[in-house]
Design a binder for this molecule. Structure first.
Ligand code: A2P
Length: 310
């Protein structure tokens, strides 16, 4: 089992969770079942917007692991920011659960629910379906009410920059966000932002920690060198480095051998990496290797330093 760290409300979160974005519905059920039953995962990260919540729920149920032992996260999609409780009920119903451990605002941007987009809209002009004047604090208030009702144990955000947190959430929050889930990996480490989150007691969660499909990270020469030195896989090093830096990492896989090795390897690497290894890995992006993988058109104005030019 993965070790846990404490969120700012005292709840423990396992430092490695199974990511499910881009896991096909027909594959994710077996992946989740295997992760829980065979590989020792106790943390599953999913989202309404991934279109596979029902199958994730089925995998959880089939695993036979008691609900109370599993940390389950879901996220409210951007078309539902005005409508938190019914969106949450839909996710709970999909998952077959009566509470979530963590519920996140998937993107701090309100997409018009009447827009003509599917779950993942391609916006030709980048802004067509964005509701510009939606007050995020209203969504946050509704999320806080879900904690009080006992439908979620913790609430947080995803894809929120320091600017969004400072201007739209923290000044209005009576329950501060427990986490901010953002793109974090060797080529997008966001060290300054991590220090900011730490100063606010917000735990960073890493999506796409391995660089997603077809990743160049797995061939990075610094990571490869460190992996060879310790007899670890490169993926172990990429994940263990995050754990050692206080990041909750969420590698996605539907392949049993990788599901298993990602958890075991991350924990082993987090212990084996020396302070020098960690320094080296911290410096890789600064040496010119910068990569942001996830760039939906509505993200350009969210205040991330390293978002590509419009
Ligand atoms: P698959 O699901 O087919 O096993 P990320 O977590 O950064 O989004 O990366 C997920 C991608 O990396 C998926 O394509 C996944 O493939 C692949 N992957 C997951 N774990 C490993 C691993 N240990 N080694 C190589 N590739 C991996």
């Amino acid at each position: 089992l993965a070790p846990t760290i404490k969120l700012n409300n005292g709840i423990e979160i396992p430092v490695v969770g199974l990511g499910t974005w881009q896991s096909k519905p027909e594959e994710v059920e077996a992946a989740v079942e295997y992760a829980l039953k065979e590989a020792g995962y106790r943390h599953i990260d999913c989202a309404w917007g991934y279109g596979n919540e029902k199958q994730v729920g089925e995998g959880i149920r089939r695993s036979g692991v008691p609900r109370s032992e599993i940390f389950v996260t879901s996220k409210i999609w951007a078309t539902r920011l005005h409508d938190v409780e019914s969106a949450l009920d839909e996710s709970l119903n999909n998952l077959g659960l009566d509470y979530l451990d963590l519920y996140l605002v998937h993107w701090p941007i309100h997409l018009n629910p009447d827009g003509n987009h599917p779950n993942f809209p391609t916006l030709p002009n980048g802004h067509r379906d964005v509701v510009h004047d939606w007050p995020l604090r209203e969504t946050w208030k509704q999320l806080e009410a879900m904690v009080k009702k006992g439908k979620v144990r913790a609430i947080g955000v995803s894809n929120c920059s320091e600017r969004v947190l400072e201007t739209e959430i923290l000044p209005y929050a009576s329950i501060p966000p427990a986490v901010d889930q953002v793109e974090l990996h060797l080529y997008n480490p966001q060290h300054k932002f991590l220090a900011y989150l730490k100063s606010k007691g917000i735990v960073p969660q890493a999506y796409s920690p391995l660089g997603s499909t077809g990743s160049p990270l797995l061939k990075d020469e610094v990571a490869v060198g460190i992996a060879e030195k310790h007899g670890l896989a490169v993926a172990d090093v990429l994940l263990g480095w995050q754990v050692a830096n206080g990041v909750v990492t969420l590698p996605k896989s539907v392949t049993p051998a990788r599901i298993k090795s990602n958890l075991e390897g991350a924990i082993a690497a987090s212990k084996k990496l020396t302070p020098e290894d960690i320094e080296k890995l911290n410096g890789v992006a600064a040496s010119g290797k910068q990569l942001r993988l996830i760039q939906p058109p509505w993200g350009v104005d969210l205040g991330f330093d390293n978002w590509p030019v419009k």
